[in-house]
Write a new protein. Structure first.
Length: 140
């Protein structure tokens, strides 16, 4: 599946292409992107953003060579996710995470602690939030 969004003054969803069983080779992806650029009009297209998969390097190169006015980027959100994942693997950060998880479990599982936590929130914020344990996020 390939999504195309126009970033005019307000971003507009333009199109989704179902790639079905087609292999996502560099040539195939470049062809799909090029067809949409032609449909939009290359003069109206300033940039393309792809995921960071290795197979997307070739399409970015092909498109930028064909259309010098178009810049190609990898997904910044994915890069940040990978960076944070690497930071979380550091021992010092892992220790903080383990401590934070223990606190969350203690507050959520001990009635008195949860009651005190909620009372303090109401005094400070007038609203209550609950503590949640982190979940794994997948980017593929």
């Amino acid at each position: 599946m390939v999504n195309f969004i126009l970033t005019t003054p307000t971003p507009v969803f333009f199109k989704t292409l179902a790639t079905n069983a087609e292999r996502h080779t560099g040539e195939y992806m470049a062809k799909q992107i090029d067809e949409v650029i032609i449909e939009i009009g290359h003069e109206k297209c300033n940039a393309i953003v792809t995921d960071n998969a290795r197979n997307m390097e070739m399409p970015k190169t092909i498109i930028c060579e064909k259309y010098p006015n178009i810049v190609a980027y990898g997904c910044a959100a994915h890069i940040l996710n990978l960076l944070i994942g690497d930071i979380m693997k550091l021992q010092s950060i892992s220790n903080v995470i383990l401590d934070a998880k223990a606190i969350v479990k203690d507050v959520n599982n001990v009635y008195v602690h949860k009651s005190v936590f909620e009372t303090l929130q109401k005094q400070i914020n007038f609203t209550c939030i609950s503590l949640e344990l982190p979940v794994v996020t997948r980017w593929d």
